[in-house]
Design a protein around this ligand. Structure first.
Ligand SMILES: Cc1cc2nc3c(=O)[nH]c(=O)nc-3n(C[C@H](O)[C@H](O)[C@H](O)COP(=O)(O)OP(=O)(O)OC[C@H]3O[C@@H](n4cnc5c(N)ncnc54)[C@H](O)[C@@H]3O)c2cc1C
Length: 274
């Protein structure tokens, strides 16, 4: 019967998937990193710094989803993501080939701990990132609340190679000319990129640079103080544990949405990785 035809078409076409969003732009930075933007579901409300599940339809016809930080701020009309390309990674070996006009699946249920609500008021906000762990900070740096709440914002980003810093560097550099927050940013922002393999102006792990005091001397600021400093951390598990230990040694306590304190941590990915 004719009234059954649309049902058959629906089941066969990914366009009819619930939670499908359309890719609007894609940019590749290295053979391991790319960023893309998609349409934003009208119903999606999130706090800058949160993550959602996104993915593609798997070969078995089931959604293949992974956690991704939303890299765009809460006020943006579109959603931006910053992604790794894992060789043979179930999702990213395919996701890296998306083009404008393609569709991805996005579950509109944002969650996460890298949010302002999980920190007690402070004067200086540290954002500690490695690799794609910069993504939530790409959101928070473009969020007016960040600049309203803090006198100083220090962004550290550590990657193996210089080209892996490009996405973060461009966002940081765009802030002062940003129509919405440029004036608020003023001279509050300090950017501290480092590399661990390729030669660059500042080499080394941020943990080592903090421990030795070199980072504070370079930045011209006093050592960590729980009365003043707040921190958000996003990197590999090993990185997160190392930074957490340094922050706790300085007297800062880990917070959560339900129990705000002086720092918050989120994994940039699960597994060994970088
Ligand atoms: C809370 C949360 C937020 C996340 N946000 C992002 C994000 O914004 N951008 C992003 O690219 N990924 C992010 N991830 C990781 C993401 O969920 C996937 O793991 C990644 O997209 C790879 O998917 P895959 O299926 O290709 O490989 P998977 O099977 O998921 O991973 C295979 C292996 O690749 C390595 N790996 C995975 N992701 C990364 C990464 N980002 N950097 C370095 N090594 C990695 C790990 O060793 C992992 O075991 C996040 C993970 C969590 C838990």
């Amino acid at each position: 019967m004719t009234d059954q035809t649309p049902v058959v078409e629906k089941a066969a076409s990914p366009v009819t998937l619930p939670d499908a969003q359309t890719v609007t732009s894609v940019r590749h930075f290295t053979d391991r990193l790319f960023a893309f933007r998609v349409t934003r579901p009208r119903s999606l409300r999130f706090r800058s710094g949160e993550f959602v599940m996104i993915g593609l339809l798997g070969e078995n016809g089931k959604p293949l989803l992974r956690a991704y930080s939303i890299a765009s701020p809460a006020w943006d009309e579109e959603l931006e993501f910053y992604s790794i390309k894992v060789p043979n990674g179930p999702l990213t070996s395919r996701l890296q080939h998306i083009q404008p006009g393609d569709e991805i699946i996005l579950r509109p249920k944002p969650v996460g701990t890298l949010v302002h609500d999980a920190l007690l008021p402070g004067k200086r906000l540290w954002m500690f990132a490695t690799g794609t762990g910069f993504a939530p900070f790409a959101s928070l740096l473009r969020e007016p609340e960040t600049w309203e709440k803090y006198d100083e914002v220090i962004v550290t980003h550590t990657c193996r190679e210089v080209a892996e810093l490009t996405y973060g560097r461009e966002i940081v550099e765009s802030l002062k000319d940003d129509e919405l927050i440029g004036e608020m940013v003023g001279d509050k922002l300090k950017y501290y990129p480092t590399t661990t393999r390729e030669e660059s102006p500042k080499m080394g792990r941020i943990t080592t640079l903090i421990e030795s005091g070199e980072a504070f001397r370079d930045l011209g600021i006093p050592p960590l103080d729980p009365a003043v400093d707040r921190a958000m951390v996003c990197g590999s598990l090993a990185f997160n544990l190392d930074i957490k230990a340094l922050l706790e040694k300085a007297g800062l306590r880990e917070g959560a949405n339900s129990d705000p304190a002086e720092f918050v941590v989120e994994k940039a990915f699960v597994g060994d990785g970088v």
